[in-house]
Write a protein that binds this ligand. Sequence first.
Ligand code: NAD
Length: 341
Amino acid sequence: MTILVTGAAGFIGCNFVRLALENNYRVVVLDKLTYAGHRENLIGIEDNPHYLGLVEGDIENPTLVSNLLEKYSVNAIVNFAAESHVDRSIEDPGVFVRTNVFGTFNLLHCAELYWRKLTQQKNKFRFVQISTDEVFGSLGDEGKFSEQTPYKPNSPYSASKASGDHFVRAWYETYGLPTITTNCSNNYGPFQFPEKLIPHMIHCALSDMPLPVYGNGKNVRDWIHVSDHCRGIMLALENGVPGETYCFGGNAEKTNLEVVHTICNTLNQLVPRADGRSYLDQITFVEDRKGHDWRYAIDDTKVEKSLGYKRKWNFEDGITSTIQWYLENKTWKDAVLKSKI
Ligand code: NAD
């Protein structure tokens, strides 16, 4: 079985490709290599005979996408390609609409034309859309998001993802394309570009820079280890029901300040500062993000029951192992930071 994995030179996609190869899938990657996409993220898999390579290109390009589907006789598309950073969406929303809305539409359109012509394995074809819990908007102090929660996006990023997801749903309802959508909470783990909270704070701490915390630091996010998320996506791909959506959470709600404290305390133990001070001293509070959602949390009862999904990581072990990974992969960090900004 061959999977076209889009956006797999990015954080979650490159972790998913490794899992797919371990599970003996053939994988071809399509990635535009934006500032967030890096060949370095796919290092170590080039010699795997099931890895069919990285094609540099845009999910908005119909000829390219259609040719790839035909050339590799693709059985499934897993769409990670996206503009993914909320702050950037506030500064420059247009590219989010192009990739997350128009790009998703183009993938669906090409997939449907290709799928319609299939004679074998037609009902096994899958289009898996990787989405976020941010499409549900913001929670107060109580309650959790689930598959039943209506979409109510607040940022240009989440609005563009929500729009892409609506097109996915429409392609299932209108054309019968076998689609599956997954919504996930905040991921952490290896290969995350150091602009997102956890790798950014690790990078700033080790570079003796201020650790910028938005507002009062009390906004809450639910953290999931990327390998748990990828195993969830694999379960959804293999056993999910077309037309359904699946929510994956980490059962690890933390305030942003708690996350930053955990990072500082772990670094204090693993790599104490030469001057004997704590990394906690580097924390600074900065102006809050515009429209900053207060809290996200996911109830993942459905995926536990229907897909047999179980998390392997708790936050404390996951964050320690993630920090160790960033300490051991400084060359990777330097390369991706230098490459395109
Ligand atoms: P990322 O920013 O690390 O990677 C995105 C990848 O998409 C990059 O490799 C980039 O080059 C590629 N890309 C961007 N525009 C493209 C285009 N037009 N054509 C082809 N490739 C393009 O993102 P990520 O954190 O790995 O997130 C992957 C997906 O998961 C996104 O759809 C995101 O919305 C979703 N998601 C992320 C999180 C998270 O915490 N990171 C949580 C939930 C859902």
